[in-house]
Design a binder for this molecule. Structure first.
Ligand code: FAQ
Length: 311
């Protein structure tokens, strides 16, 4: 029986069709999706913190309105993603517990501080830029609910990326101090953005299987290279530099070569030893506790509605 189900599952993958929640799927496929989608959802909501740090200090009403909208979009992305994870048979409350207890991860990138206003621009340009590069192929992920969620998320993220680029462009064309602030932000966010794509292929335990299952469509290093190739000309048009003296066009490969990534730093951040790991989790736990009354009120309201309908 299982052999027949496995065969049907493999046929769906081979035909490039989507696996849907009611379809049979191998336990390990389900577990991998839960891990990746939950990590992705957690990243969206933890990712609200670094930028939210600047909402009250945005330099104009226009910039403030844009930033509030962006951070709100990230909350929305988290909700679609928790919803997609729930179709695999897990409860949102359990996923949040796993995040709060450090049993599930969120992206390394959100453990870095936002020190100046220019960091909001660098996050939009580089962090959202890396997120899009990684997520556009996920629109073709074999699991239907995740693939469909990615379509809207990517559209919103390309708006986020442009607002970051436009913000940096305004600073780059501003005073010397503004240009220096933009350059400093890029210097700090460049390398952590490259780490968002995950460990090098040779050290990535999940890539091979996830690619065979068509969850991932490209390896970590392929997407990282694609991102570097996109950013170099964009940095040139900003008139700012990327902090890597080894960056140069390789005619033979048809790609930019880049210098070595500090994987020890990446591992430290994953271990919880990044600059803001404790602060981010602490803030998340506090927000969850302070929101308990909202969840209780929503549940009471739903109960009342149900009772009324039953009358
Ligand atoms: N940070 O074998 P692999 C955003 C873990 S964008 C932390 O290569 P995989 C938008 C990995 O989980 C950011 N952990 O794993 C936004 C695994 O852990 P485990 C979120 C990382 O899954 C913008 C281990 O290392 N995007 O939020 C990282 O095949 C601005 C081995 O790695 C996504 O989550 C990392 N960077 O490939 C919001 C995209 N990299 O459990 C606000 C979806 C790896 O074995 C503001 N996810 N790990 O111990 C993916 O595409 C994949 O999961 C990868 C990792 C590519 C991240």
């Amino acid at each position: 029986h299982t052999a027949r189900l496995t065969e049907a599952f493999e046929r769906t993958l081979a035909a490039d069709e989507r696996v849907e929640p009611r379809d049979w799927m191998p336990d390990a496929y389900r577990a991998t999706l839960i891990r990746q989608i939950a990590q992705h959802a957690h990243s969206e909501i933890i990712g609200m913190q670094p930028e939210a740090n600047w909402i009250t200090r945005a330099p104009s009403l226009r910039r403030k309105a844009i930033l509030i909208a962006k951070v709100q979009d990230e909350a929305g992305h988290g909700l679609y993603l928790y919803g997609a994870a729930e179709t695999l048979g897990v409860a949102r409350a359990d996923l949040l517990d796993a995040l709060h207890e450090g049993r599930q991860r969120y992206s390394s990138i959100f453990n870095y501080p936002t020190l100046t206003w220019a960091d909001v621009g660098a996050i939009g340009w580089l962090v959202d830029g890396a997120a899009i590069t990684n997520q556009v192929p996920l629109c073709r992920c074999s699991y239907g609910p995740y693939a469909r969620a990615m379509v809207r998320v990517c559209k919103e993220e390309s708006f986020h990326q442009r607002q970051g680029y436009e913000l940096l462009l305004a600073l780059a064309r501003g005073t010397d101090a503004q240009r220096a602030m933009a350059q400093d932000a890029i210097d700090r966010w460049w390398w952590p953005s490259l780490m968002m794509f995950g460990p090098p292929d040779a050290e990535s335990p999940h890539t091979r299987q996830s690619m065979a299952w068509k969850i991932k469509r490209h390896s970590n290093d392929e997407l990282r290279q694609r991102f570097v190739d996109i950013c170099v000309p964009q940095a040139e048009s900003l008139g700012l530099t990327l902090p890597d003296p080894a960056l140069r066009w390789n005619e033979e490969r048809g790609h930019y070569d880049h210098g070595p990534i500090d994987w020890a730093e990446f591992k430290a951040v994953l271990r919880g030893a990044g600059p803001c790991n404790e602060q981010r989790l602490e803030q998340r736990r506090r927000a969850h506790a302070e929101g308990a009354w909202v969840r209780e009120a929503a549940a009471a309201h739903a109960d009342k509605q149900r009772e009324r309908r039953a009358e």
